[in-house]
Design a binder for this molecule. Structure first.
Ligand code: NAD
Length: 234
């Protein structure tokens, strides 16, 4: 992976941090973008910024090229949740726009500014959506719509940027990002895989999609089988 370079948004914690660690360990150069602070390091460039703003996408790609000279892959991951906070009749437009701005517009902006560099390397985009693009709990309209938008953005980008750039999407289920979290038997057993997910599960699938040369425009659910299991009240 000498000189191969990946840009990962939302890289300071959770799934994004798991991806940063995974790709550094695999020998990639990594640019991490986040609204929270992080230190740059060996093979790691950090860009602080809000991904819902076009300037962040411009800076992140420019700094990547300045430091590493190329861009081979982008993981759009920075996102915020908003589930169970407002029912739809009380959901303020500002909150709807904030969620869509980060979770969907931010992905578009990063793809827009990364595309010219990814075309040069026959690169890859991996967008992180959610199983909530496919199923819902109450009071999750903005989040669900943003993630459904990511699935659609993925196939639109795959068609527009092909054959130079492949674009795929991962829809994670329950990925545990807290340290020392405890899960009940019921939590584990609602997953046919027998456990809750970890960030490395998503990083590993992103790595696979980066190398899967005949796969583009697709959404891959990574949820330990949770959305395939019927659950009935006793
Ligand atoms: P997290 O909150 O632990 O991490 C999100 C990261 O994004 C943080 O580092 C945060 O600072 C950064 N971020 C937030 N807003 C930003 C902005 N405007 N600009 C730049 N950075 C910003 O979340 P996570 O659980 O690791 O989730 C990562 C992605 O995976 C999100 O898109 C989320 O919707 C998706 N996802 C997570 C799960 C899960 O169970 N953890 C399930 C499905 C989908």
């Amino acid at each position: 992976m000498k000189n191969k370079t990946i840009l990962i948004t939302g890289g300071t914690q959770g799934i994004g941090r798991g991806c940063v660690d995974y790709f550094l360990k695999s020998g990639w150069n990594v640019t991490a973008v986040d609204i929270q602070p992080m230190e740059s390091g060996e093979r790691l460039e950090f860009v602080r910024g809000d991904t819902s703003l076009e300037e962040t996408a411009r800076q992140a790609t420019a700094k990547t090229i300045e430091r590493f000279g190329r861009l081979d892959a982008l993981i759009n991951n920075a996102g915020i949740g908003m589930i169970g906070k407002f029912n739809v009749e009380e959901l303020p437009l500002e909150e709807w726009n904030r969620v869509l701005g980060i979770n969907l517009t931010g992905y578009f902006l990063m793809a827009k500014h990364a595309a010219p560099f990814l075309r040069k390397t026959k690169g890859v985009i991996v967008n992180i959506a959610s199983t909530r693009a496919l199923m819902s709990e109450k009071d999750s309209e903005a989040y669900a719509a943003s993630k459904g938008g990511v699935v659609a953005l993925t196939h639109a980008l795959a068609v527009s940027l092909g054959p130079d750039v492949r674009v795929n999407c991962i829809s994670p289920g329950w990925i545990e990002t807290r340290k020392d979290a405890k899960h009940s038997d019921a939590d584990r057993l609602q997953h046919p895989a027998g456990r809750v997910g970890v960030p490395q599960d998503i990083a590993g699938l992103a790595d696979y999609l980066i190398s899967a040369g005949f796969v583009t425009g697709q959404n891959f659910t990574a949820d330990g089988g949770m959305t395939k299991k019927m659950i009935y009240e006793e």
